[in-house]
Design a protein around this ligand. Structure first.
Ligand SMILES: [Zn+2]
Length: 214
């Protein structure tokens, strides 16, 4: 059966935290950027299998350590934080500094239980979720592909009509475009793309109309 996906915009950056769940009351939380208590309340009735992270920016990971702690205590078993790629380690270690620069509180550094690499398949919620490495916005950015459901959770790689920022010292615009073409545009047209900010889109619409790929 198809997984249900709910989006919860968190932090002043309105980052889309995504909650995937199945008919058995199991759930996975992707990119809990902050407001961990609010996210916790949304999933407290569920058996949360894992917390997944796409990349190391504060608005995507700032609430991960605290959510892991709350869920592990509540469920009485360790709930792992999985991802992003190890290349984003330098960002995960400086969430406190990133938050201070924006005058934000309630965001913490996080040490994942494990990092992810290109091509891994995660078995969660009775589904196979494939991991693709799509660097360029950050070096360790990964996306989560649920091919059975024609759904892609893409963080800050591809957006409706645009792509992720690459104006960071570690950003690479050419690499981002190349990787999106290679890893995302090969998916079926009707694949629903859940973006890190703003409204969802589909692979077909972006392949045809996104100005960054003309
Ligand atoms: Zn980002």
């Amino acid at each position: 059966m198809a997984l249900e996906a709910r989006t919860l915009p968190v932090t002043p950056f309105r980052q889309n935290c995504t909650i995937l769940s199945n008919q058995h009351g199991q759930a996975v939380v992707v990119d809990p950027g902050g407001e961990s208590e609010r996210i916790f309340q949304q999933v407290s009735q569920c058996d949360v299998e894992a917390i997944l992270l796409t990349h190391g920016h504060l608005d995507h990971v700032g609430g991960a350590a605290s959510l892991r702690e709350k869920l592990t205590a509540h469920q009485g078993k360790a709930v792992p934080v999985i991802g992003p790629g190890q290349e984003d380690d330098f960002l995960l270690k400086t969430i406190d500094d990133q938050a201070a620069a924006f005058n934000l509180t309630g965001m913490e550094n996080v040490v994942p239980d494990r990092y992810l690499v290109e091509g891994e398949v995660l078995h969660l919620l009775g589904h196979s979720i494939r991991v693709a490495h799509v660097p360029g916005h950050t070096p360790g950015h990964v996306v989560f592909l649920d091919e059975a459901d024609h759904r892609a959770i893409v963080g800050d790689t591809l957006f409706r009509g645009t792509v992720g920022r690459t104006d960071f010292p570690y950003g690479d615009a050419t690499q981002l475009i190349t990787e999106i073409r290679k890893k995302l545009f090969c998916l079926p047209d009707d694949t629903v793309v859940l973006c890190g900010h703003g409204l969802p889109t589909t692979i077909g619409v972006e392949r045809r109309t996104n100005p960054f790929f003309k």
